[in-house]
Design a protein around this ligand. Structure first.
Ligand code: NDP
Length: 294
């Protein structure tokens, strides 16, 4: 660390995740400077040994590495692209763990390159409670040499750390795909609870069976991946025509109770379109192939 650096890492953004990151750095003995747009969120961190910077410019100047964890890249831009902050970052490295799209990651990578700032993009795939524990999952993308230089500090966050390669948008690409699975799944769960409730089934009574459905998914992800990559789209045991019929039951039962069936209608629409293209005897994996046609 150069003598002009007072700490090993700066954390910009002290929402629930930024606070968890800073706390994990501190718990691992990594000297940490913190800054947040709205003051007052650093109290516990300062009590745990963090240095509170009065401005974003002073925060990024305090460490060779700045970890950014804000709501999205509009927020990231509004902090990092202030002239004084950009100037203070020159020759230093930013690791952006805020979530957004791959295009925004690539745009930030270009901006950083134009201003002499080292840039790694990243994504956190686990909740705040996992940070600083073996359960944390961190994905990174960007220049290999820069990643190697900062890996030791990033590893003090604990958990599984994967560098996905030099393409700067790659971590965000995994992030959006995994968020797609997560949010559509929990939306399905929310709808199921409403539908079950209309039939007098409580969330607690449903829970063990919901877990059973959840447990079917992990091996399916492996099987589906093989099926799609082989291009076989096997409908063995569950052709799309049969899936369509069970999806229609959910739509009809929901609407009979006056419950919005929009999510299932959208899913049913995709399957109907795939069947109309002549794939009714094939499996659900064909829907992925049809959706991916451009
Ligand atoms: P939020 O996504 O709500 O982000 C809060 C942070 O963003 C605060 O520091 C807030 O500052 C800042 N912020 C919002 N708008 C602006 C702005 N215009 N200018 C400057 N700062 C702004 O909370 P989290 O901390 O939970 O999430 C941070 C990131 O981590 C997100 O991208 C999220 O997707 C990701 N993440 C979060 C997980 C979680 O479990 N919480 C899990 C995995 C990823 P202020 O206090 O001033 O409002």
């Amino acid at each position: 660390m150069s003598s002009s650096h007072r700490t090993a890492v700066t954390v910009i953004g002290l929402g629930p995740m930024g606070r968890a990151l800073a706390a994990a750095f501190l718990a691992a003995g990594t000297g940490t400077t913190v800054w947040n747009r709205t003051p007052g969120k650093d109290r516990e961190l300062v009590a745990a040994g963090a240095v509170a910077a009065p401005t974003a410019e002073e925060a990024v100047a305090a460490s060779p590495l700045t970890v950014v964890c804000l709501v999205n890249y509009d927020a990231t831009d509004s902090v990092l692209r202030q002239e004084a902050v950009t100037a203070a970052l020159k020759g230093r490295t930013v690791v952006n763990l805020s979530a957004d799209t791959p295009d925004r990651a690539r745009d930030t990578g270009r901006w950083a390159g134009e201003h002499g700032i080292g840039y790694l993009d990243g994504a956190i795939m686990t909740p705040t409670t996992s940070i600083g524990t073996p359960a944390g999952v961190f994905l990174y993308s960007g220049p290999e040499a820069l990643h190697a230089e900062h890996r030791a500090v990033l590893d003090t966050l604990g958990g599984a750390h994967t560098h996905l390669g030099e393409e700067i948008g790659r971590a965000a690409a995994y992030d959006i795909a995994l968020l797609d699975i997560f949010w559509t799944s929990v939306t399905g769960y929310a709808h199921a609870v409403a539908l079950a409730g209309a039939e007098g089934v409580s969330p607690t009574d449903l829970a063990p069976y919901a877990q059973g459905i959840g447990a079917i998914l992990p091996p399916l992800f492996e099987e589906f991946a093989e099926d799609i990559e082989r291009g076989s789209f096997s409908g063995e045991g569950n052709p799309l025509t049969s899936a369509l019929s069970t999806m229609a039951h959910v739509v009809h039962a929901s609407e009979a109770h006056g419950i919005d069936a929009g999510v299932m209608r959208a899913a049913e629409g995709l399957v109907r379109r795939t069947v109309a293209l002549g794939h009714g005897a094939e499996g659900f994996t064909r829907v992925a192939e049809v959706l991916g046609r451009r």
